[in-house]
Design a binder for this molecule. Structure first.
Ligand SMILES: Nc1nc2c(c(=O)[nH]1)N(C=O)[C@@H](CNc1ccc(C(=O)N[C@@H](CCC(=O)O)C(=O)O)cc1)CN2
Ligand SMILES: Nc1ncnc2c1ncn2[C@@H]1O[C@H](COP(=O)(O)OP(=O)(O)OP(=O)(O)O)[C@@H](O)[C@H]1O
Length: 199
């Protein structure tokens, strides 16, 4: 039986998320710290808008990296789920108390927070491959948000942030999937060969 790309993605997602669920607290903390050391790969971030994410379900924790980037002058923002299709980004100072609980266990900026168009996106993912394609939780939020920015001629730098154990042999990429420029992991940075100069 040949699987459709959606079925393959669902299978890969389940496999990798099970692997990620086995990571212990100490390894999680060490991984979050390892991300900070990779900040220089982003080039000068002063004045640039950087989207991060509030980690859920055992995702690698990008918050220390985000705090570091804010210290270098980056303007932080977080994703906000508007409806079944739409993700927007809103400004965040870095203060957890400024966030409100949202669906899926997420914490999000309030509706009044300023909308931001990210220059650099730290992209959460379930799995990625050597061609820098990614799979998310299957709702297509990031794919659509990136497509909407491209339609306005804005091409953010796409940086996957994940554990190295989330790398798989092959993600069945579909036409709407946009490859990442690089992936930050607990084992270091993987840079897409043709990314040089884009930074
Ligand atoms: N930390 C973090 N924040 C993020 C994302 C992410 O991947 N990680 N997102 C990246 O897009 C958006 C949220 N996307 C999500 C998409 C689906 C599900 C989810 O739980 N889906 C259900 C099935 C559908 C449902 O219940 O409505 C599931 O997986 O069981 C959760 C988050 C925005 N914020
Ligand atoms: N640019 C787009 N325009 C319209 N629909 C899209 C677009 N990108 C993705 N989709 C739809 O979203 C659904 C989920 O896509 P996919 O399986 O690639 O999600 P994912 O990569 O796991 O999710 P995410 O991007 O939220 O992390 C698919 O039905 C897909 O057709």
């Amino acid at each position: 039986m040949t699987e459709t790309p959606q079925q393959q993605k669902a299978r890969i997602r389940a496999d990798v998320l099970a692997r990620r669920a086995d990571i212990g607290t100490e390894a999680q903390t060490a991984a979050a710290v390892a991300l900070v050391a990779q900040a220089g790969m982003l080039g000068l971030v002063s004045g640039r808008a950087v989207s991060g994410f509030w980690p859920i379900r055992g995702e690698i924790d990008p918050l220390p990296l985000m705090a570091h980037l804010a210290g270098e002058g980056a303007r932080l923002c977080l994703p906000v789920v508007l409806d079944a299709q739409t993700l927007v980004f809103r400004a965040w100072t870095g203060d957890p108390d400024a966030l409100v609980p949202a669906r899926f266990g997420l914490m999000e900026p309030r509706p009044e927070a300023e909308p931001v168009r990210p220059d650099i996106m730290l992209v959460p993912l379930a799995a990625y491959d050597g061609a820098f394609n990614r799979i998310g939780y299957g709702a297509g939020y990031y794919d659509r948000a990136i497509a909407a920015m491209e339609a306005e001629n804005h091409q953010p730098l796409l940086v996957g942030v994940a554990y190295a154990c989330q790398r798989v042999e092959d993600v069945p990429a579909e036409p709407h999937d946009r490859p990442l420029a690089m992936v930050f992991t607990d084992a270091g940075t993987e840079l897409r060969p043709d990314t040089e100069g884009a930074i």
